[in-house]
Design a protein around this ligand. Structure first.
Ligand code: 3Y8
Ligand code: NAP
Length: 249
């Protein structure tokens, strides 16, 4: 009898949860507890960490999970690595629902970097207006460049003072629209954008807006993950779970 654990927290995970609920498959949706009011799901939901690899392996055994789908974000590397190790320990089949990275199109002005520290190093030294579209967890390194006027975007309002003397926070959870991104960038005179190569559609609009406004994007590439089975569509996950969705579902 199938009982799936969905490691969620993304738009793709939400689409998968809807398909699983429609199919009547027994499953649990899991959030990491990063946001105050995560979107509701049509599945029983748990919120918070498992307690590392061993905590997740124990959870899989205790909850008699038969399949794990890692539908987390490409930058949720620790969760993804833990899932690989815990599923190996508990001998639970694992698959990742991984969306393709954004590819540079003609007209894009990208500076591709490996990590946040390299993104800081890629910014100009002279004062500039910079849109940091990388969330809240990795802001501190930009404190090395206090001369810039930063626009940040968080899901929830900041709880503590920011390590940046000139920073304004937009509180919004996305998905975002091209018109909205163009209007925001023009109104704020944004000259640089720092983004992660999340892929998917929920955060793509800022990349399209940057191309239209001919702005440079410092693009942080995804962390490397150990090998795991992965697919790029909800339909493929449903088939992996042993459920044939009607075509085009
Ligand atoms: C808690 C679940 C939906 C899903 C929305 C997607 C799209 C919008 C793009 C920008 C970039 C960023 C950030 C972002 C995107 C979707 C999707 C996606 C980027 C929620 C969610 C949770 C989170 C966690 C949050 C992180 C932060 C990252 C903001 C829910 C809304 C910047 C990633 O304040 C914090 O601590 C937030 C932390 C991890 C990255 C960071 O380091 O700050 N996502 N985002 C999940 C959990 O607890 O398990 O609250 O409902 C999900 C979504 N975020 O409803 O359609 O699917 O990718 N999320 C990045 O791309 O760099 C925003 O502003 O342009
Ligand atoms: P992370 O750094 O890879 O994970 C750190 C720890 O958080 C994990 O070891 C685990 O704790 C816990 N955790 C993370 N995701 C979890 C989940 N779905 N269910 C239960 N525990 C989880 O994770 P992150 O980058 O902060 O991402 C956290 C969540 O936000 C994920 O659901 C992810 O899909 C979503 N998200 C992240 C980004 C991003 O940019 N990183 C973007 C959009 C959405 P334990 O070790 O205690 O088990």
């Amino acid at each position: 009898m199938t009982r799936a654990l969905i490691l969620g927290g993304t738009a793709d995970a939400n689409l998968l949860a809807a398909a699983i609920a429609r199919a009547g498959i027994d499953a649990v949706y899991s959030y990491g507890g990063r946001t105050r009011a995560p979107a509701g799901q049509p599945l029983p939901t748990r919120i918070g960490g498992f307690g590392g690899v061993s905590g997740l392996a124990d959870y899989l055994r205790r909850e008699r999970i038969t399949h794990v789908v890692d539908a987390t974000h490409p930058f949720a590397a620790e969760m993804s690595r833990n899932a690989i190790d815990a599923c190996a320990q508990a001998r639970t089949p694992l698959i990742a629902l991984e969306r393709a990275p954004w590819l540079k199109a003609s007209g894009d002005n990208w500076i591709e970097v490996a990590d946040v520290m390299s993104a800081v190093a890629a910014l100009p030294k002279h004062r500039a207006t910079v849109f940091l579209a990388i969330g809240r967890q990795h802001i501190a390194p930009f404190g090395a460049l206090p001369q810039h006027a930063y626009t940040l975007r968080f899901v929830d309002p900041p709880e503590e003072t920011l390590p940046l003397p000139d920073a304004d926070v937009i509180v919004s959870r996305g998905p975002f629209t091209l018109d909205g991104e163009l209007a925001m960038m023009r109104a704020r005179g944004i000259a640089w954008i720092v983004a992660r190569n999340s892929g998917g559609t929920g955060a793509r609009a800022k990349i399209d807006a940057a191309r239209e406004l001919e702005l440079p994007v410092i693009m942080i590439n995804r962390p490397q993950l150990p090998h795991r089975a992965q697919v790029q569509s909800v339909t493929d996950v449903m088939q992996w779970l042993g459920h044939r969705t009607c075509l085009g579902a």
